[in-house]
Write a protein of this length. Structure first.
Length: 303
């Protein structure tokens, strides 16, 4: 009779052989719907655990994190003094302090663990992508993260100006008392709004790679695109003061011009590698029915 460790070792070997045989029989990584759902559940559980671990680590540094988040408010009111009415954030519920502590810890935990849970999302999606789609994904992620970070940086700089605008709207004789929870919501809205606006040029480049937007179409619609950029900047920015919208819209418009240069260069490259086979035919000339190319240099093009 085999011992228990030997039986466990034998079961592991059988399981490994089964997995290898399944992969060899199904190299595309396809699986039934229930297996997809199980894998999605496992990925979501791992993401939740990672974020909770990050939140637990951030809980110990709550004071430093909250001081960083509160800095734009302190710049807007001049200085933060808990003993002066209107120069500090307040909360008016018994549990509000605990909820604020919890929200800040979860937000910080999600940020510091973002490489891990982004990898989990990628590991779930990647097996169903072709090699070309994976290259596009690498390009998108490698560019989207820095652009979103740049948008967050501009948002952090513009937050105090937006708060000054909101405080000035109250007029004279009134004292602005913002709750910590409402300020945290404003902070998140500014970060997300600016971050999404800075992704607009990347979306244009991705649409060009997918051959949905060409440089000719972009050139004809440049004024409309720039106008829509400023409209989107005004909607995405929760601060309606003109200087903030000008800062956001002007920066994104400059990035859109950079995207136009990339689109132009990509169209030239695409024209060299994918020439129009029927460019030399007249409008009333029928296209050939076979695979013959009307141009003499087809072999060199295919090569």
């Amino acid at each position: 009779m085999a011992s228990k460790p030997s039986a466990i070792r034998g079961a592991r070997i059988v399981g490994q052989r089964y997995v290898r045989a399944t992969r060899q029989a199904n190299p595309d990584g396809r699986m039934p719907l229930m297996d997809h759902l199980r894998e999605l559940r496992n990925r979501v559980v791992k993401i939740a655990l990672v974020i909770l671990i990050g939140a637990g680590a951030s809980w110990a540094f709550y004071n430093r994190i909250w001081a960083f988040l509160k800095e734009p408010y302190c710049r807007a009111v001049g200085y933060c003094n808990p003993h002066v009415l209107g120069h500090t954030l307040i909360y008016n519920g018994v549990m509000d302090g605990f909820y604020l502590h919890l929200k800040v810890a979860i937000i910080a935990g999600a940020i510091i663990t973002s490489p891990i849970w982004l990898y989990q999302l990628w590991a779930f999606v990647a097996p169903g992508l072709y090699a070309r789609e994976k290259r596009w994904t690498y390009l998108f992620v490698g560019t989207a993260v820095p652009l979103f970070g740049l948008g967050c940086f501009f948002a952090y700089l513009a937050m105090s100006r937006g708060l000054n605008f909101f405080i000035g709207m109250s007029g004279g004789g009134l004292t602005a008392l913002f709750t910590a929870d409402s300020y945290l919501g404003y902070w998140i809205a500014m970060i997300v709004g600016f971050g999404l606006c800075f992704e607009v040029p990347l979306v244009l480049v991705i649409l060009n790679l997918a051959r949905v937007v060409t440089h000719e179409r972009f050139k004809k619609s440049r004024r409309i695109i720039i106008f829509l950029v400023f409209v989107f900047a005004g909607i995405a920015s929760p601060s309606p003061d003109p200087l903030t919208m000008l800062l956001l819209g002007g920066t994104v418009a400059a990035l859109v011009e950079v995207a136009e240069v990339i689109i132009f260069l990509n169209d030239r490259r695409y024209a060299r590698t994918h020439p129009d086979l029927y460019a030399g035919l007249a409008d009333n000339e029928p296209a050939p029915l076979d695979d013959a190319d009307p141009r003499p240099d087809r072999e060199s093009v295919d090569q």
